[in-house]
Design a protein around this ligand. Structure first.
Ligand SMILES: NC(=O)c1ccc[n+]([C@@H]2O[C@H](COP(=O)([O-])OP(=O)(O)OC[C@H]3O[C@@H](n4cnc5c(N)ncnc54)[C@H](O)[C@@H]3O)[C@@H](O)[C@H]2O)c1
Length: 291
């Protein structure tokens, strides 16, 4: 089955990136959110990011205009029902996602594929509450979507091969690379990345290094483009903590216990770049380490 129309649920930082790359690849996109402000902000962000690609000669002005024209928005979730593929990228709360799929079900076409961009919630569990677990899978983009090359495709226990192949064809059409992951907590990238970030926070907590020495050590010693603490600030410390909790709860192994210092930063509301303070303070001209 060839996919032509894509519904995107949630117009936050991931949803707008997903709409961007899908429209640029020629898909008709209908994006929804519970907030008109979020939809307006998403369109403005997409326009700005496409403009940047034009100014760097990555795409032509015509391609940008065509992509913008392919994106429509609505506040009515059920308008997305007739889409060939729906990618849910709403807030990372299981009850929110379940309610979205429940509301959509009576409005779907028989062939509609349902997917979620969740970073950590069980695909099998989300799928089991729909009428089509065989047509349900994880479609996990990395942030920022227009820049990052990888998409993790996660099969639930019931996902059929046809659904997997239809999603794989979409990943190829948008010029990205898929990595196939089984449905276990945090999938592949976050299963490996988050314990590394958590270990960097332990290294800081135990005084083995400070923010600067830890980040510099991993950049120069392991050839990572960003230090782990800088990366944690970019991802959001609340997100890092939530994923560590999913690993800890889901795999029941103490090696995944979140570092108390990570919890303390989150309790302080120092969530990284988005709140201007995390392992670095971003309120001045250059980021200043907070420890
Ligand atoms: N931020 C990341 O680095 C990242 C990376 C990969 C995957 N994800 C996943 O992507 C999803 C979205 O994350 P985000 O960072 O874009 O969050 P975000 O907070 O930027 O955006 C979420 C959007 O969902 C909207 N929303 C909430 N309830 C809704 C509903 N019932 N119907 C429609 N829209 C609704 C909110 O208004 C908001 O605009 C999450 O599942 C997250 O785990 C995030």
């Amino acid at each position: 089955m060839e996919i032509q129309t894509i519904g995107v649920v949630g117009a936050g930082q991931m949803g707008n990136g997903i709409a961007h790359v899908m429209a640029l690849a020629g898909y008709d996109v209908l994006m929804t959110d519970i907030s008109q402000d979020a939809l307006d902000a998403a369109l403005a962000t997409i326009d700005k990011n496409l403009e940047r690609q034009v100014s760097r000669d990555k795409i032509s002005q015509d391609k940008k205009d065509a992509a913008m024209a392919r994106i429509k928005t609505t506040l009515t979730l059920t308008d997305l029902g007739p889409s060939d593929l729906i990618i849910e990228a709403a807030t990372e709360r299981e009850t929110v996602k379940q309610a979205i799929f429940e509301d959509l079900l009576p409005h779907l076409k028989p062939h509609t594929i349902l997917t979620s961009n969740t970073s950590s919630i069980s695909i099998t569990r989300l799928a089991s509450r729909t009428d089509r677990p065989e047509k349900f899978m994880g479609f996990h983009f990395m942030n920022p979507v227009p820049v990052m090359q990888l998409v993790e495709l996660i099969r639930g226990i019931a996902t059929d091969q046809e659904t997997y192949e239809a999603c794989l064809a979409v990943v190829e059409k948008i010029g990205k690379t898929a990595s196939s992951a089984e449905d276990f907590p945090a999938f592949i990238v976050n299963r490996i990345l988050m314990p590394m970030i958590n270990e960097a926070v332990y290294t800081l907590y135990e005084g083995v290094g400070n923010v600067k020495s830890i980040d510099e050590a991993m950049k120069l010693g392991a050839n990572h483009p960003m230090g782990p603490l800088e990366l944690a600030d970019f991802i959001g410390l609340d997100t890092c903590l939530a994923i560590m909790n999913v690993l800890h709860d889901g795999l029941a192994d103490t090696k995944y216990r979140p570092c108390p210092l990570l919890t303390k930063y989150v309790e302080a509301g120092w969530l990284g770049r988005k709140t201007q303070r995390g392992f670095y303070d971003y309120r001045g001209e250059t980021p200043v380490p907070t420890r």
